[in-house]
Design a protein around this ligand. Structure first.
Ligand code: FAD
Length: 414
């Protein structure tokens, strides 16, 4: 069997694997990326948040990505019947990027890997990791290419960026149940021929159908728009009696007074994809000789578009720490990796939970708006969830719940 030696092996070439590879290539590490699929491939995760721009920059990918003209996302709109709440990232609390992109991931991920290959990164597409064996921090990974030929890679460190492939969590039995209630989604792309001119046409929006059910509308610069419905699994299952995803998403679009005219009669670009019980978790984020990143660790919920951001945040950080370790420096993985990542995940988990309890929605739609509250929540939605100067980060456990309680009490008093 063929064997090769690398410093760091990266499993998966999604956002997490791509930023890890970009960063490590810049530092001169000997790396290899193994990706199961052929790109472009369809994948969900099309609304980014500004924090990711820091990661694309650090990975040396920003300029190439910027040249593609992906739709710019300066904020996000949340619709609830006649009530509208718009967050503008330029009005957020603290430092950070004021904009990001809304992207068809097939094109975006291909753009990232094209740039990586142009820079000389070795990416084996259509090649699947089938097994990994560790001996201390050293590992032997078995891969199978599209012709069914097996070979082995010896690495000093493995970064698992395999998303829902969850390669190491499966092999090492690290999967654990999510703390969030089971939710599901169905999505597709439409050729957006009824798209209005101006901002309305490109405005990314989340239309709240019921407290726990919402429709996403993500317009792209290629003229297509992603439309998806999210809700408790039971609710999503009932959208079609015959489990027909096309019927389900058509029924979902009919539920949106705001969007029904724009999307009702449009044909789909691909068969709608059903993602059932998408929240996942793991019992540990790292081990001797490996780190898990992105969706191979935790995925919470799409409501605040945090998935790609956690994937790139963890991808870059794991790459930095892995390099430090193979260069002989001490790394405290528990503190520098798990505790850091868990802090941000914990903040977003509160926001996701408080969204579905309805408490956060109270704050979004409360009138008159409190500009200070809005700026601070906006910074969280932009992904700056490690900035403890923001009280909506530092006190996330109680602040939303308490403010929503006060709003309800005041309403009852008046
Ligand atoms: P991925 O992007 O999934 O990449 C993993 C790669 O690993 C894949 O290309 C896969 O082919 C490869 N791989 C898998 N197994 C193997 C193997 N055995 N060998 C080699 N390669 C392998 N996030 C957002 O930021 N914004 C959103 O709007 C958003 N919407 C979402 C909506 C829904 C319904 C869901 C479920 C998720 C959404 N997400 C969103 C989350 C987002 O999809 C993920 O968080 C993000 O794609 C994770 O990136 P990743 O790099 O970890 O994994």
């Amino acid at each position: 069997m063929n064997t090769e030696n690398v410093d760091i092996l990266i499993i998966g070439a999604g956002p997490s694997g791509s930023v890890a590879a970009g960063y490590l290539q810049k530092q001169g590490a000997k790396i290899k990326v193994v990706e199961k699929q052929k790109f472009p491939r369809i994948v969900v995760g099309e609304s980014l948040i500004p924090r990711v721009m820091d990661h694309f920059n650090e990975a040396g990918l920003f300029e190439a990505l910027d040249s593609y003209g992906f739709e710019k996302k300066p904020g996000a709109r949340f619709i609830r019947g006649k009530e509208i709440c718009i967050f503008d990232f330029s009005n957020k609390f603290g430092e950070g990027w004021d904009w990001t992109w809304q992207i068809p991931r097939a094109d975006f991920d291909k753009a990232m890997t094209d740039e990586l290959q142009r820079k000389g990164v070795d990416i084996a597409f259509e090649t699947e990791v089938t097994n990994v064996e560790f001996n201390g921090t050293d590992s032997i990974t078995t891969i199978k290419d599209k012709n069914g030929t097996f070979s082995q890679i010896h690495a000093k460190f493995v970064i698992d960026c395999s998303g829902y492939g969850r390669v190491l969590p499966r092999i090492l039995k690290l999967e654990s149940p999510s703390k969030l209630d089971p939710h599901s989604a169905i999505f597709t792309h439409v050729k957006d021929i009824n798209r209005p001119d101006g901002v309305e046409g490109t405005q990314i929006s989340f239309d709240i159908i019921e407290t726990e059910v919402w429709l996403w509308v993500i317009p792209f610069s290629n003229g297509n728009t992603s439309v998806g419905i999210v809700g408790p699994t039971e609710y999503i299952d009932k959208l079609s009696a015959t489990a027909n995803t096309e019927e389900a998403i058509k029924n979902a679009i009919k539920l949106s007074d705001f969007y029904v005219k724009r999307f009702d009669k449009l044909p789909f670009e691909f068969d709608p994809i059903h993602l059932k019980n998408y929240s996942v978790a793991v019992s540990q984020f790292y081990g001797e000789g490996y780190a898990l990143t992105g969706n191979s660790t935790e995925f919470l919920d799409p409501v605040f578009s945090s998935g790609v951001c956690f994937a790139t945040e963890s991808g870059i950080l794991a790459a930095k720490l892995a390099l430090k370790q193979i260069n002989g420096e001490e790394v405290n993985w528990e503190k520098e990796y798990t505790e850091y990542m868990k802090y941000g995940i914990d903040v977003f988990t509160t926001y996701v939970k408080e969204w579905y309890t309805g408490n956060l929605q109270e704050l979004f739609y409360h009138q008159p708006e409190n500009p200070d509250v809005k700026r601070k929540i906006c910074a969280v939605l932009a992904g700056y969830v490690w900035n403890k100067e923001n009280t909506f980060v530092a006190k996330h456990h109680n602040i939303i719940k308490n403010m929503a309680y006060m709003i309800r009490e005041n309403r009852m008093d008046s």
